[in-house]
Design a protein around this ligand. Structure first.
Ligand code: NAP
Length: 184
């Protein structure tokens, strides 16, 4: 966890937060994470893991991922504030706020957590590919579900610097593994 981080947009913005920035993703063995705006699989165990891990924390995501969730669930993620990165001016239901850049997203997530008197120590970054790409250089931790399949898809998890992280836990299940990496 660090007070200052450099992101990709706008030469070197600093992301000011004392909370841990945590990427969370489910990625197939062939790197696929998405298909036609949605997940390429339905794995209840992973949905449960995502829910338990992110519950009560602010969750930052891209507009395409957000719209996929709305389509699937019929509502935003319950029990969490979603911070949607977009250049658009969308109508937002309760528990959804817009952000127009990385710094804005982190500041908004911070403000939301404070306003909820939320003493959670984590802000989650939940994709999709464009959002992971921007945040991966600055996250403190990455929570990965390895999906042992090779599905068709149109969206892949970006390259990331594994050498900068330690694997700190691994829970092997049937067809999936829940793995956590911590920045060195
Ligand atoms: N397997 C997993 O764990 C997982 C997790 C998340 C998503 N996914 C999948 O990934 C796919 C979506 O990924 P994606 O890469 O296509 O889309 P995305 O990252 O979800 O959303 C892209 C959009 O986010 C907005 N955005 C991104 N960075 C921004 C910035 N710095 N400032 C302002 N707006 C910004 C833009 O919205 P505007 O166009 O509105 O400006 C952009 O078009 C879906 O299939 C989804 O299901 C999988």
């Amino acid at each position: 966890m660090s007070g200052e981080r450099a992101g990709r947009e706008d030469p070197m913005p600093t992301l000011e937060t004392d909370r841990e920035l945590v990427g969370i993703v489910a990625v197939a063995d062939n790197g696929v994470i998405g298909k036609e705006g949605n997940m390429p699989w339905h794995i209840p165990e992973d949905l449960q893991h995502f829910k338990e891990t992110t519950m009560d924390h602010p969750v930052i995501m891209g507009r395409v991922t957000y719209e996929g969730i709305l389509e699937t669930l019929g509502e935003p993620l319950p029990g969490r504030t979603t911070v949607v990165l977009t250049s658009r001016d969308l109508e937002t239901p309760k528990n959804v706020v817009l952000a127009h850049g990385l710094e804005d997203a982190v500041e908004t997530a911070e403000r939301v957590a404070r306003d909820r008197h939320d003493d959670t120590d984590r802000i989650f970054v939940a994709g999709g590919a464009t959002v992971y790409e921007q945040f991966l250089p600055v996250v403190d931790r990455i929570v990965v579900t390895e999906v042992h399949e090779e599905p068709d898809g149109d969206t892949r998890f970006p390259e990331w610097d594994r050498g900068a992280f330690d694997e700190v836990s691994r829970d092997e299940r049937d067809g999936v593994a829940f793995v956590e990496y911590e920045r060195q």
